[in-house]
Design a protein around this ligand. Structure first.
Ligand code: EPU
Length: 434
């Protein structure tokens, strides 16, 4: 199993480019199921979850071509001949976002069989709101042998109010409603940029959607959707991770190819911590040399502080002078990284949904274990300022959502390498095609 070895102490200096957003690419690929025509997606990140999604779609009969050479971030998907409307347990257990195929499949094929996701390292993560929404659109839902079956002759437009804001739930229902008969109004929707990006793609495919990006989305169902070409938005969480890494290491880093509007909550918090932020059109420059000040965060739905940046922020808080209270409001069990940070020397006390970090405490390199995607990013960021060498195990978590993170960090001065590969690393295109 691969490990990352990081030697701390170097400030990050230079320019790092952000890849396409994993969490926008996954629903976009699922959206291709809605059409018989070809969907071409640009700026697809080369990360493990995309390979999983490709496997999911091909198991249904879709043709998914991952680009190579200079076009290695392009993916072409044709779902003309779908043969199997099923997402198996093997795939869903490795990636919960597989449940995003439920809405599109039932809308296009009239039925779907999708494994229920099991437990998750960050909390219960049920999909009841996806199911309630699909039922409101007229799907008959049954559950047997760990699988959800959804059936409908044709979905019918409806008024759906989400009891709780859910990102993939909003995306799933939005996709389903595009092919439903009549109008749907979805309320208490997620406003995340990934939802807006999905709506932009669906609109290019011929869907009639109004007000995506607000809490209430209106969709007029159409008979058929066509093909489209679409460029995925930059990954705001990858950008945020580099932003925190630059602030923490006292670097001077330009984060290029990002959308600064999507990282607003993080940037204002870092300014409160004393970090200098300069915003460009599609870049952010972070300069930090003085001491960091503590500041509290509360994770919230967009445009609030993202839960996907909480772990990385906690790493930063260990190096800020004073007490930072970190409240996690989205997931019930998302503090696994705290225990690993404590092993590196952090002073963190957890009480339910709240963690209190007292800084600044020196961090020292240790052998640590990544428990989920963002927890592993937090450990990498902490390791960049730890004294000595940190060995991060289970980095397959980080490979799910960060494209060549060690190469990107190395290019701006970090001492980081991967160990444990028994065979030489293949070209990125070949890795994605396995
Ligand atoms: N929830 C329910 N019932 C549902 C759906 C959600 O109770 O049917 C609850 C969840 O348990 C959670 C809250 O609602 O407490 C919000 O969950 P949400 O559905 O918004 O999360 P998600 O759609 O499963 C996406 C991202 C996550 C990100 C969250 C929150 C994708 C593929 N995943 O998950 O990303 O943390 O939104 O912003 O878009 C990551 O990239 O590391 C990651 C975990």
């Amino acid at each position: 199993m691969d490990k990352l070895v990081v030697r701390g102490g170097n400030p990050l200096v230079g320019t790092v480019r952000v890849s396409g957003a994993k969490n926008a690419a996954l629903p976009a690929m699922a959206a291709a199921l809605l059409s018989e025509e070809t969907v071409i997606l640009e700026n697809i990140p080369q990360v493990r979850d995309i390979v999983t999604e490709r496997n999911l779609l091909t198991a249904m009969g879709a043709e998914v071509e991952l680009g190579y050479g200079r076009a290695h971030h392009r993916t072409t998907i044709s779902c003309r001949n779908l043969v199997n409307a099923e997402a198996s347990y093997d795939l869903v257990k490795t990636m919960r976002a597989s449940t995003l195929v439920l809405g599109p499949l039932v809308a296009r094929m009239g039925h779907a069989r999708v494994s229920l996701p099991g437990g998750c390292a960050i909390g219960a993560r049920p999909i009841d709101l996806h199911l309630k929404g699909l039922e409101a659109l007229g799907a008959r839902i049954t559950q047997e042998h760990g699988y959800i079956e959804a059936r409908a002759e044709r979905l019918k437009g409806a008024h759906v109010v989400f009891e709780k804001i859910t990102v993939t739930g909003t995306e799933d229902l939005l996709m389903a409603a595009t092919l439903a008969e009549g109008e749907s109004v979805l309320e208490n929707c997620a406003c995340e940029p990934e939802v807006v990006d999905l709506a932009a793609l669906l609109t290019k495919m011929g869907a009639q959607i109004e007000d995506a990006g607000t809490r209430s989305i209106r969709v007029r169902g159409v008979e058929k959707l066509g093909g489209a070409r679409h460029r995925i938005i930059p990954d705001r969480i990858e950008a945020g991770t580099f932003i925190v890494a630059a602030a923490l290491t006292g670097g001077d880093l330009a984060i290029a190819n990002c959308d600064p509007r999507h990282v607003g909550a993080l940037l204002s918090k870092l300014e409160e911590c004393g970090v200098k932020v300069a915003i460009g059109e599609d870049s952010v420059r972070i300069a930090s040399s003085g001491p960091l000040k503590s500041a509290d965060i509360v994770t919230e739905e967009y445009p609030g502080f993202p839960t996907d940046m909480q772990a990385q922020y906690m790493a930063l808080a260990t190096q800020a002078e004073g007490m930072s209270a970190i409240t996690e409001n989205i997931f019930e069990n998302r503090f696994m990284h705290a225990l690993e940070l404590v092993r590196m020397g952090a002073n963190i006390k957890i009480d339910g949904h709240r963690a209190v970090v007292r800084g600044k405490t020196p961090l020292s390199g240790a052998a640590v274990l990544a428990s989920d995607l963002r927890a592993s990013a937090s450990l990498v960021v902490a390791a960049l300022v730890a004294e000595g060498e940190t060995i991060i195990d289970r980095v397959y978590h980080i490979d799910r959502g960060y494209e060549r993170i060690e190469e990107k960090l190395r290019s701006v001065g970090a001492q980081i390498r991967r160990i444990g590969r028994l065979i030489p690393e293949r070209a990125p295109a070949a890795v994605a095609a396995e």
